[in-house]
Ligand binder design. Sequence first.
Ligand code: CMC
Length: 438
Amino acid sequence: MTDTKASLSLEGLDAPIELPIYSGSVGPKVIDVGALTSKGYFTYDPGFVSTASCESKITYIDGGAGLLMHRGYPIEVLAEKSEYLESCYLLLHGELPSKEEYAHFKNVITNHTMVHESITRFFKGFHYDSHPMAMMCGIVGALSAFYHDATDITNPKHRLISAHRLIAKMPTLAAMCYKHSQGQPFMYPNNKLGYAENFLHMMFGTPCDDAKVNPVIARAMDKIFLLHADHEQNASTSTVRLSGSSGANPFACIAAGIATLWGPAHGGANEAVLSMLEEIGDVENIDKYVAKAKDKSDPFRLMGFGHRVYKNFDPRAKVMKETCDEVLKELGLENDPLLNIAKKLEKIALEDEYFIEKKLYPNVDFYSGIIMKAIGIPTDMFTVIFATGRTVGWIAHWHEMLSEPLKIGRPRQLYTGYDKREFTDIDARPAVNPPHLP
Ligand code: CMC
């Protein structure tokens, strides 16, 4: 980081404040506002739209240019030339693995895919119709009770063991959530299969048959994991970092990330896309829903469109669209009614002045939702699959943060509540207080 200075003049101060400016390797310069507190100021940035919360070497996004890079490699290159686990290695270790390193890494991950048998008993406490994301939050958090052999977060080897365990066990747990909802027996992982293939085997296999996983579908699943692997300081990653900054257990931190991912403005969007398509119901209704999305007085939004960072196009969506076409062709679903609505909606929105002007393009979740629906994955599992792919990103950021001296995350606020006031005795209070909740 090279250091220049910004000079900030503020009312009531004798002299301007000098603030350091840092240059990253690429991207906008960053003003270090740390010195403002001692002068009696906080900065105010709801939604963190212009705040860098940390320094990182993992992922870079240029939303305007539609660029996403992991460790310097554009996402479309990784999607074309690597597979998910190779990109996991890259995210965790900073470099692409050699042949030997990759073989070793795959072997380590494969040997951690099973979960403790006691985990199966946790599932018995969940209703059959529990949302799988609710189960994932609980079960991943519960993993923190199982691994006391590697909880020294100051030890890089311990951190790596937790990383391997999480990457390996997430597909197993995700498939268990699905099997629980179906009332089917859990499938054990098959260590002869690849990462995505194994996941599909645990999802759709049963002990009664040894159905083979379609390689086109396995490749698509691998791409879904890869395209979701990391996305810089998004809401769930920032949550994992914030939780981890207190020194918390890694499994508990990832559970916090899963909880954040669940919301429809973040990872829950892929599920929301399918609910929206079902609500639209027929291509004839599309115009009505596009009008609703444009109506300021209507809270309805086109799910799977728009992004906080990408204001040009989402590079992941480009790759996902190609994969989507391959999967639909392979499964002979080019004329599925719901998928037809999706295709028409995409076309109309891409040509509509409102969406063009506001730079609202289909995002990765629009296409990943369609692929997963075509594969036969129920909509409430979509975000679980996102969480499975994103786990490596969360854990890479957690690991990176803990590799540096640790400072607990502690944002400040713009307080607009009461100033200090006298306590009123209960008998002296009015019969009805003015409403104070929104
Ligand atoms: N449909 C209709 N209008 C929209 C949409 C949409 N999907 N998204 C944004 N707008 C409008 C919004 O009403 C606003 O209009 P105006 O300027 O007139 O007030 C303008 O576009 C800017 O929207 P914003 O909410 O200020 O933008 P944001 O950057 O805060 O929000 C977003 C980004 C992704 C939350 C939002 O676009 C959205 O809600 N999209 C639908 C949900 C979705 O698909 N989320 C998945 C994101 S990708 C997965 C991930 O990375 O987590």
